[in-house]
Write a protein that binds this ligand. Sequence first.
Ligand SMILES: Cc1cc2nc3c(=O)[nH]c(=O)nc-3n(C[C@H](O)[C@H](O)[C@H](O)COP(=O)(O)OP(=O)(O)OC[C@H]3O[C@@H](n4cnc5c(N)ncnc54)[C@H](O)[C@@H]3O)c2cc1C
Length: 411
Amino acid sequence: MIATDADIIFAGGGTAGLCAALALARSAPDLKVEVVDARAPNTTGGDERASAIAAAARRMLVELGVWTAVEADAQPIVAMEITDSRTGDVARPVFLTFDGAVSEGEPFAHMVPNRRLAEALREAAKSAGVRLTAPDRVSAYAVDRAATEVTLASGERRRVKLLIAADGIRSRLRTLAGIRTVTWSYPQTAIVATVAHERPHHGVAIEHFLPGGPFAILPLKGERSSLVWTDRKPYAETLVAQAAAGDDFAFMAELERRFGRRLGALSLEGKPQAYPLGLTLARDLMRPRFALLGDAAHGIHPIAGQGLNLGFRDAAALAETIVDAFRLGLDIGSEEVLRRYERWRRFDIWQMGLTTDLLNRVFSNDIGPLRAMRDLGLGIVDRLPRLKERFIGEAAGLSGELPKLMLGQAL
Ligand SMILES: Cc1cc2nc3c(=O)[nH]c(=O)nc-3n(C[C@H](O)[C@H](O)[C@H](O)COP(=O)(O)OP(=O)(O)OC[C@H]3O[C@@H](n4cnc5c(N)ncnc54)[C@H](O)[C@@H]3O)c2cc1C
């Protein structure tokens, strides 16, 4: 039997899919929106990470009524220190510091546990009338002139005006749509872990650029921090595998060498997790009655903590494009409407993907002359308040042609 009770179907209920679905349901209640997700409800697939949510994304979450649900668990990042050193260096000179407010009382980012954010988005989407179908997956689709027929793994089918693929970095729907990507993998793996420490972090985030990759210490609520420790692939994977097998000794010894003693003794909360890293940029963001969103459109290096923020910007731009078209009585799945979304988002996505790639190449090595040049560069930026302000604006997601939601405005 073919149901015709959705206008838009999202394949993927991660942060990007849920956020766009919520924005649509709140601003255009007459649109019927469904999110199909492969994971069982209220599970995160073991994702124990926390993410840096930029100020612009926070403005959107406030406008969407989600921020109040995560605020108690959100740690403001009030300052950021950047160092560039070798792993064994005893002293780590700070080359660059940012005092991170974009306006009075508005820090440039907050650290929020992914699990909390996903729960809050899911609850808000449900309350706004989004239909959540999980666990199930979109397995196939066929487009005709008036609609897309979507088939779920359970055998159910839907006829919709628009299918949005928010199915993550290895998007199968992107492949089914015949959208090619520019892809390469990094010889690095990110180790993600939560540590408790004796002394308070005072909301300061630290990024040590080490030869194997950036080692980021990101403040969480309480005397705890989230680590994103990027290192050479075989080395990182061995450390994580040993820790998973119950042998934390080598992991803790290597961790302490990098973390230092300024926050006192360290202890691990839970098990560290390994994330292989790569760059994937989709060449196109749409086909008729089909659009890509979030990591399905771009998977980038976590060096600047911007992947999810980029996905939030997609979500805000896509929701605004669709709502504008719907109000004008246009066909929301038409090529003309989806091209506007593609034009809006393409430059930002490629710029962010290639900038993070360049930063990783310049900083993740131990080549003497390059180290001297980058340290000189960091030192110069540190002395130029205007330039620093620009960097803060970029990190806060407040530059470029921003969708209304990112300015905290209703659609
Ligand atoms: C180590 C690390 C640290 C990071 N830190 C940060 C940070 O600090 N700040 C930041 O902004 N970003 C960060 N990121 C990036 C961020 O985690 C991702 O960009 C973000 O989680 C992507 O969200 P998404 O919704 O696009 O995709 P996903 O979270 O991958 O969600 C995809 C969903 O689709 C579902 N699915 C898959 N196939 C189907 C199908 N066929 N049908 C239905 N459902 C399907 C999956 O079950 C899943 O729920 C980090 C990334 C890494 C690796």
